[in-house]
Design a protein around this ligand. Structure first.
Ligand code: SF4
Length: 309
């Protein structure tokens, strides 16, 4: 059995930075450190940080006054920021800089009186954070599908612009954007630099890997948006695909009569989990490991200066 490894895969610069912020904050302050929401959507990473002294909470109301609070990589609404300020928390912001760029752009467009449309999945923390950049009276409209675009009834006279959740499928988003442009020809697009390089690169690399593989294994947690989108690329091509947290989730029957397995990892899944899966497969019929070359990445987001040594 041949094992094809997607490149790039796993951690992106935003996830690297978020984890480093939590680790450095734990070193700098006495435990406990409160992290609002899972800092990144990965069980292994979250458990590791819990063991080091991080406490994950869903709401700021669960945090005692004056504590250290870290916002997750997905970003937070203005209301959450206010709530944290109100309890005099010491705050570190692990929001990915690419998500922060989206927030700034949304605020700028709204100041210019635009109706902003966000393409994303309802309930995802990044979407809640972006929706929460607007005021009550000037709401951002969330759309999830081409059907939602049909329901929109804004006047064509109005300035309209859109932005997207960073971890969506590039292909699915393209369909929704096309429908939006059909309905509102003068709709304004986000800046090119607002598109997440890591999402695009990981999706491109999976497309290469599944050309050569009968099945795809995606290492990532079930609540990881970008990992689910990677699995969907194989699903859409009719290839069996499995989203797993670790090698212990692999079922023997997946590998029956399979000569080639593609492997990738979501942006929040560490390489150690990939290597465990590769070792498992090599002990269960694997004969050759092939790294499939893809885009080179050199993006690095520094941690806040207050956490530098
Ligand atoms: S996937 Fe993109 S937007 Fe999300 S944390 Fe990584 S670099 Fe940032």
């Amino acid at each position: 059995m041949k094992i094809y490894l997607a490149n790039p895969r796993g951690f992106c610069a935003g996830v690297d930075r978020a984890i480093e912020i939590v680790e450095r904050a734990i070193e700098k302050h006495d435990s406990p450190i409160y992290v609002r929401h899972e800092v990144v959507h990965n069980k292994y990473v979250v458990n590791n940080l819990k063991n080091k002294g991080a406490i994950f909470v869903d709401e700021i109301s669960e945090v005692p006054s004056g504590s250290v609070v870290i916002y997750s990589a997905h970003g937070v609404s203005q209301a959450v920021r206010k709530e944290a300020n109100d309890i005099s928390a010491i705050i570190y912001d692990a929001t990915c800089p690419l998500v922060t760029k989206v927030h700034k752009e949304v605020i700028r467009r709204q100041k210019n009186n635009h109706q902003v449309i966000l393409i994303g999945h309802a309930g995802h923390p990044e979407v809640e954070g972006t929706l929460g950049q607007s005021s009550e009276e000037d709401k951002i409209t969330l759309v999830e599908s081409v059907n939602d675009i049909r329901e929109l009834n804004f006047s064509n006279e109005r300035d309209i612009s859109y932005t997207t959740q960073t971890t969506l499928s590039v292909d699915d988003t393209a369909e929704v954007i096309e429908a939006l442009k059909d309905k509102y020809p003068s709709v304004q697009s986000p800046k090119k630099s607002d598109i997440c390089y890591a999402t695009q690169n990981r999706q491109d690399s999976v497309k290469e890997v599944i050309k050569q593989s009968e099945i795809l294994i995606v290492i990532g947690s079930k609540n990881s948006s970008n990992s689910n989108r990677l699995k969907e690329i194989a699903d859409n091509q009719g290839k069996p695909a499995y989203l797993i947290d670790s090698s212990s989730d692999i079922e023997d029957q997946w590998l029956n009569d399979v000569d080639s397995v593609g492997i990738t990892a979501g942006a929040s899944a560490p390489e150690i989990l990939v290597q465990e899966v590769v070792s498992y497969l090599m002990s269960n019929g694997g004969q050759e490991i092939i790294e499939v070359e893809g885009a080179q990445e050199s993006v690095n987001f520094p941690v806040p200066s207050s956490l530098k040594n």
